[in-house]
Design a binder for this molecule. Structure first.
Ligand SMILES: NC(=O)CC[C@H](N)C(=O)O
Length: 386
């Protein structure tokens, strides 16, 4: 029965440990298996659902009002929802927003994704925190016929994200140019409208707002597929190389991406900037290691301390793996750290403009505090030319 109602449930969420949550289905009928996480952001459900880094995951939204602002294609971080499904407390409400072109439920249905409403998301979130991100099966049947044992077996059959390279499933098929800028600017920031620096962005599942931020910092961006070799990257004669966010296990994607990054580092003095998966794989290329977290960081209010300036930024996060700061080699400085759990949030090579962050400085959804990193990347390219 959906939480707090007498209705017959039309959706079921089964955890691998046998726990069942019944609720009201929305979106597209069907069944899917994934890892389950929770996201604490109060806004941005569409950006979250379309963030390619959520491949292989179902998102529990701890904020109860999901659907209020509808959906608009302008807010997509990539063409379609990538997250396998969504879990919410209340049924999505009718949108009330001038930008909405569609309702969340109709959009999810047209994109073949499953949602479940009427769930006690507090209880579920507590379960995720206690046991670690569980493997789950989520089913939506308008008739409400579920075989609980079958669903639990399906959840147990999900192999998990460790060892999984999902970047190759969400990367672009071909290279392309990106010129579009941000629509909103951080306070006091004067947009740099002339593209000054040639940047190759390797797309492991890049969010569009990252590309907009690069363009807004003066970068002329060429996006290359995840499997690009160092030769392919350098053939564009870039002033800098950007490594994007993306889904799955950094060690698995790193099997082909880390040799590319190493070769760029060994054969050039180019500035390199990485975000999230790009950060993790840069760390791997520098000799550090990554580990799976208990339940990861997914939200829009994570405080991070910048050791260089002493400042605290409020950041947007979405990651389930992390760089083991104990494994950082001597020439790599830990620049940022999470004030929630002390985990690594940023690195820099001691004597080179090679740096990366675990969080999302492009915001969308989230705060704008960290835009300076894009400017830092542009400054490094400027300095190298001078
Ligand atoms: N947002 C990302 O790039 C996520 C990186 C990686 N897939 C993780 O879960 O940690």
């Amino acid at each position: 029965m959906p939480h707090g109602t007498n209705e017959k449930p039309t959706a079921c969420l089964a955890l691998a440990d046998g726990t069942l949550f019944y609720g009201k289905g929305f979106g597209a009928p069907g069944m899917t298996t994934a890892e389950l996480c929770f996201n604490t952001a109060m806004t941005g459900y569409q950006e979250i659902m379309t963030d390619p880094s959520y491949a292989g995951q179902i998102v529990t939204f701890t904020f109860p009002h999901i659907g209020n602002t509808g959906v608009t294609a302008e807010d997509d971080e990539t063409n379609d929802p990538v997250s396998a499904g969504m879990v919410v407390k209340w049924d999505p409400t009718e949108p009330s927003n001038w930008r909405a072109t569609e309702e969340l439920t109709a959009w999810l249905e047209s994109k073949g994704r499953i949602g479940i409403g009427g769930i006690d998301t507090r209880r579920l979130t507590r379960a995720i925190r206690q046991q670690g991100a569980p493997h789950v099966a989520l089913a939506f049947d308008p008739e409400g016929n579920f075989d609980a044992e079958e669903l639990v077996a399906a959840a147990r059959g999900f192999k998990g994200l460790v060892g999984l390279d999902l970047a190759k499933e969400v990367t672009c098929a071909q290279s392309y140019k990106w010129n579009e800028m941000r629509w909103a600017w951080p306070d006091g920031y004067a947009p740099n409208l002339a593209p000054k620096h040639k940047v190759v962005a390797v797309d492991f599942g890049a969010k569009r707002n990252i590309l907009r931020c690069l363009a807004s910092a003066g970068c002329d961006v060429t996006v290359l597929p995840a499997t690009a070799t160092a030769e392919e990257v350098l053939a564009h004669n870039p002033d800098g190389v950007f490594l994007s966010n993306g889904p799955g296990d950094p060690a698995a994607t790193g099997e082909y991406a880390v040799p590319m990054i190493k070769q760029v580092l060994e054969t050039t003095d180019l500035p390199v900037f990485g975000i999230c998966l790009g950060h993790q794989m840069l760390a791997l290329a520098l000799g550090a290691s990554t580990v799976k977290m208990n339940h990861g960081h997914h939200g829009a209010n994570h405080p991070v301390k910048d050791h260089d300036t002493g400042k605290v930024e409020i950041t947007s996060m979405n990651h389930g793996f992390t760089v083991d700061s104990q494994s950082l080699p001597e020439n790599v400085v830990e620049t940022h750290v999470s004030l929630f759990d002390g985990s690594n949030c940023g690195i820099r090579v001691a004597d080179r403009p090679v740096f990366s962050v675990q969080y999302h400085p492009e915001a969308s959804p989230g705060p704008q505090d960290s835009f300076y990193l894009f400017e830092r990347f542009a400054e490094a390219m400027e300095a190298r030319k001078a």
